[in-house]
Structure formats: structure tokens, C-alpha cells
Design a protein around this ligand. Structure first.
Ligand SMILES: NC(=O)c1ccc[n+]([C@@H]2O[C@H](COP(=O)([O-])OP(=O)(O)OC[C@H]3O[C@@H](n4cnc5c(N)ncnc54)[C@H](OP(=O)(O)O)[C@@H]3O)[C@@H](O)[C@H]2O)c1
Length: 273
């Protein structure tokens, strides 16, 4: 019988973007339960720091650091190969690494847009493509994609970022449907403002107000995201006030959302002229 819980306990867990923010807290949250944790990001020294911390706290845990620039699909492929060879794959894949770009799209630097798509979309889909077949064969596994509230919104000034996150929304929902009944649990988290270096607070709604009401710590975000993942929730909105707002937003007619976004867009164009 296929399991409906992600195999975290005693499993091999891969977390991208584990060097800071939400990914770092996800690593801390999962470390007491996993058998092996693979931490991926570019900053090797931060990954080594995490390894030292987790190994000291959890002596039985195997921590593998994999410094990797995920905007390079060849490097992502090579990483997947190594994990398949050394661990036979992973039990849980957490696609968390992400970046964003701000500003009017017509003025954006194409190389940065292309890099954003390779990180937020290509790396996530490629790791999923390489690592889910072994999960399906074993009839157990988990994929957790760290998306964003942007994946369910219209946010002028962030067209490329919002586009990549809408991709994650559709991809994850559909992958979940395809893997239904296979024992592979697929969930996505759509956080609002979280205290990290990243910070979307100033771009969702009125700055300051939303910041105060919705902002949560990265540790709380990680805790609630893992709880939702374990329950097999399709979409996880961490933080109670933000969750309520996103539920309300989902009920708003699209035409109304478009009108509000259009007025925001005109405002943005005026201020950036
Ligand atoms: N913070 C928020 O308000 C917020 C809200 C909604 C959604 N999110 C989502 O949450 C996820 C994590 O964001 P965060 O807030 O924790 O941001 P963060 O603190 O900036 O962390 C981003 C992580 O991604 C890694 N990363 C960035 N570029 C990379 C690359 N080219 N190759 C490999 N790793 C790379 C970074 O590590 P290195 O720099 O060491 O490579 C870092 O570990 C993102 O997907 C973001 O969209 C965040």
C-alpha cells in the first residue's frame, strides 16, 4: 500500500538553498529525523558551518554538503548523478533555492531574467525529473517545492519572478495529480513575507502594514511548512494572518484583482519614470 506521508524519518533529504533563510531552517527542522541530509547552495563555507552545527547536535546524522550553482543545468545534472550513485537517490526532495528580480520588466537585464528562470524553474524541474523515478519505483518519496504567494498573485514590478512562481504552482499541482497513489507525496509552500535576506514584504500589498501583520520568522515558516507537508497538504500558507488573507484573495474575482494590480502598475511606472 502506497504511503501518504513523506518518508522524512530515517530518510535521505535533499534541501536546495540550505545556506540561509527558509532552507537553513528547513534543514534544522528536518535534521533530528532524517538519516542523511544533503545541503545544496553556492556558499560552501556556509554549508560547512551548517554541517558542523547539525553534526554536533545530531551525531547519527550524515550531512553531505554540495556546493553548486543551480543556474547551471549541467551542474544540476551532475549533482543528481552523484546522489543517485551514492545514495540510490533521495527520499525527500526540497526545492527551496530561489531568487527574485524587481523593476519594470521592459527595463530588466535579460541575463538576470534568464538566470532567474534557470534557478527558479529549470533547476527545480530538472532535479524533480532526475530524482522522482527512483521514488516511484520504491513507492515512497516526497517532493516539497518552496513557491511563494507570488505564485498565486499579480504583482507589478516582479513580472519575471511572479512568472517563475506561477510555473511552480501549476507544475506542482499537476505533478501531485500525476503521482497520486504512487506513494510520492507532492506539496508546495506559498509563503508571504518571511524574515530572511530575501524579503517580499514591501511588494505584497501596502508596505509597512502587511509587513507588520504577515511577517513571520524563517523558523516558524519552516515548522509550519513541514507540518503541512506531513499532512500531505497540496498548498501550505505559513502564518495564520497571511493564510486568512490568501484564502480571501482566492475568493476575489480575477477582474477585481486585475484592476487593483493595474492601478499598482500605473503607480509604479510613475514613480520609476
Ligand atoms: N523570504 C520571503 O519573504 C519569501 C517569501 C515567499 C517565498 N520565498 C521563497 O523562499 C525560498 C527561499 O528564500 P529565502 O527567503 O530563504 O531567501 P534567501 O535567504 O536569500 O535564501 C536563498 C537560498 O537560495 C540559495 N541560492 C540562491 N541562488 C542560488 C544558486 N544560483 N544556486 C544555488 N543556490 C542558490 C542561496 O544560497 P547561496 O547564496 O549560498 O547560493 C540561499 O541558500 C525562495 O524560493 C523564495 O522564492 C521567500
Amino acid at each position: 500500500m502506497a504511503s501518504s506521508h513523506p518518508p522524512i524519518d530515517g530518510g535521505t533529504v535533499l534541501i536546495t538553498g540550505a545556506s540561509s533563510g527558509i532552507g537553513l531552517e528547513l534543514a534544522r527542522e528536518l535534521a533530528p529525523r532524517a538519516q542523511a541530509l544533503v545541503a545544496v547552495a553556492r556558499r560552501a563555507e556556509r554549508l560547512e558551518g551548517l554541517k558542523g552545527e547539525l553534526s554536533a547536535r545530531h551525531p547519527g546524522l550524515v550531512v553531505r554538503t554540495e556546493p553548486c550553482d543551480l543556474t547551471d543545468p549541467d551542474a544540476v545534472d551532475a549533482l543528481s548523478e552523484r546522489l543517485l550513485e551514492d545514495f540510490g537517490g533521495v527520499d525527500v526532495l526540497v526545492n527551496n533555492a530561489g531568487a527574485r528580480l524587481q523593476g519594470l520588466y521592459e527595463k530588466s537585464d535579460w541575463n538576470r531574467v534568464y538566470g532567474l528562470i534557470r534557478l527558479n524553474v529549470v533547476a527545480l524541474t530538472l532535479l524533480t525529473r532526475r530524482l522522482t523515478p527512483a521514488m516511484v519505483t520504491r513507492r515512497r518519496g516526497g517532493v516539497l517545492n518552496v513557491n511563494s504567494g507570488a505564485g498565486a498573485a499579480i504583482m507589478p514590478g516582479m513580472a519575471a519572478y511572479v512568472g517563475t512562481k506561477h510555473f511552480v504552482t501549476g507544475f506542482t499541482e499537476t505533478l501531485r495529480a500525476e503521482l497520486d497513489g504512487t506513494g510520492v507525496v507532492v506539496s508546495q509552500a506559498l509563503p508571504g513575507p518571511v524574515e530572511t535576506g530575501f524579503d517580499e514584504a514591501t511588494t505584497i500589498g501596502t508596505p509597512g502594514v502587511m509587513d507588520r501583520i504577515f511577517r513571520i520568522s524563517a523558523a516558524r515558516c519552516a515548522r509550519e511548512v513541514i507540518q503541512g507537508f506531513e499532512r500531505g497538504r497540496p498548498m501550505i500558507f505559513p502564518g495564520s494572518a497571511y493564510r486568512a488573507a490568501m484564502t480571501l484573495q482566492g475568493d476575489l474575482p480575477r477582474a477585481l484583482q486585475r484592476r487593483a494590480a493595474g492601478s499598482q502598475g500605473r503607480g509604479l511606472r510613475k514613480t520609476s519614470a
